[in-house]
Design a protein around this ligand. Structure first.
Ligand SMILES: Nc1ncnc2c1ncn2[C@@H]1O[C@H](COP(=O)(O)OP(=O)(O)OP(=O)(O)O)[C@@H](O)[C@H]1O
Ligand SMILES: [Mg+2]
Length: 290
């Protein structure tokens, strides 16, 4: 399984560019997409899911052009859109049966698969209740279950953990890791720690372009030995910001506690080096003007 994304561009209109000459190769495993609002994550995912067509470039799945031949990917695709709508009057079981019919999934194994998926997203107890009565997190979970009906080989989750409580996040991770052993899984999130714990590879996007892609530990190495914490006077903050990338501040009575990425590996007087994390690199790559 390989997705080869080549020079993908999506020009929505004269002013709005969703993607700009975007290229990436995606192999089996879990790829996390990180990027600020408007970076182009959803645009990219919609094009791979063949919901939207690019204005330039193309996507190959195992060498087949899926922009020209969307059916090549559709039968092996599971997709959770960012704005997943549900049918409020159907219960979870009926909804999954309906989606299965649309995907052409049927046969004697379907009942068992639906039961297994409902269990996987912890909705068995609520399966007979109309989806319209579900909480936001429960709707999100039925959306996740729906992607897995057809034993997909390409799974796309646009912000799957939105609305999930910490316990459900852990369940989601387990479910996806299980499913992902033999598939390409692409997921976006604003929660860096969610991506950090689940993704094999992380791609960081901004303004419709790819800024960096690597395994998390390699990304973190880009700023190793440059993350510090210190305490400074309130009045020094602006000066400090002009010199370094301040990524976190917490106000205290007299002083202000900050975490920053230094422009060199030298510590400011009194600052102490701390272990860098994915959140630090993410902010470094998306916020600094390098
Ligand atoms: N249907 C559309 N028409 C016009 N512009 C659009 C459309 N969809 C997205 N865009 C623009 O394309 C750019 C990328 O949007 P996209 O939704 O792909 O970003 P995103 O990374 O998913 O953001 P978010 O984190 O907010 O979900 C933004 O500038 C957005 O305004
Ligand atoms: Mg989006």
């Amino acid at each position: 399984m390989t997705l080869e994304i080549k020079n993908l561009t999506k020009q929505y209109n004269k002013q709005k560019t969703g993607l700009s000459d975007f290229s990436i190769r995606i192999d089996k495993g879990i790829l996390g997409l990180l990027g600020p609002n408007g970076a182009g994550k959803s645009t990219l995912m919609k094009i791979i899911a063949t919901i939207s067509k690019p204005t330039g470039g193309t996507v190959f799945l195992n060498g087949e052009d899926i922009v020209k031949k969307p059916d090549t990917i559709r039968k092996t695709l599971g997709y959770l859109p960012q704005d997943f709508g549900v049918y409020p009057n159907l219960n979870a079981y009926e909804f999954l049966e309906y989606i299965a019919a649309m995907k052409g999934v049927g046969g004697s194994g379907l009942r068992k698969r639906i039961d297994m998926l409902l269990d996987g997203v912890n909705l068995t107890a609520d399966a007979k209740r109309p989806i319209g009565s579900y909480s936001g997190g429960m709707k999100q979970r039925i959306g996740i279950a729906q992607t897995l009906l057809n034993d997909p080989k390409v799974l796309i989750f646009d912000e799957p953990t939105v609305g999930l409580d910490p316990e459900e996040r852990v369940r989601f991770r387990e479910l996806i890791s299980e499913m992902a052993s033999d598939a390409i899984v692409i997921l976006s999130s604003h929660i860096v720690s969610d991506i950090e714990t689940i993704a094999d590879d992380v791609a960081i996007m901004k303004n419709g372009t790819l800024i960096d892609k690597a395994v998390p530990s390699e990304l973190i190495r880009r700023i190793e030995n440059r993350v510090f914490e210190t305490s400074i006077a309130h009045s020094d903050l602006e000066l400090f910001k002009a010199k370094h990338l301040v990524i976190n501040t917490s106000r205290q009575v007299e002083k202000i506690q900050i975490r920053y990425i230094s422009s060199s590996s030298e510590a400011e007087p009194g600052a102490k080096k701390v272990t860098a994390g994915l959140e630090d690199v993410y902010l470094f790559l998306t916020q600094s003007q390098h």
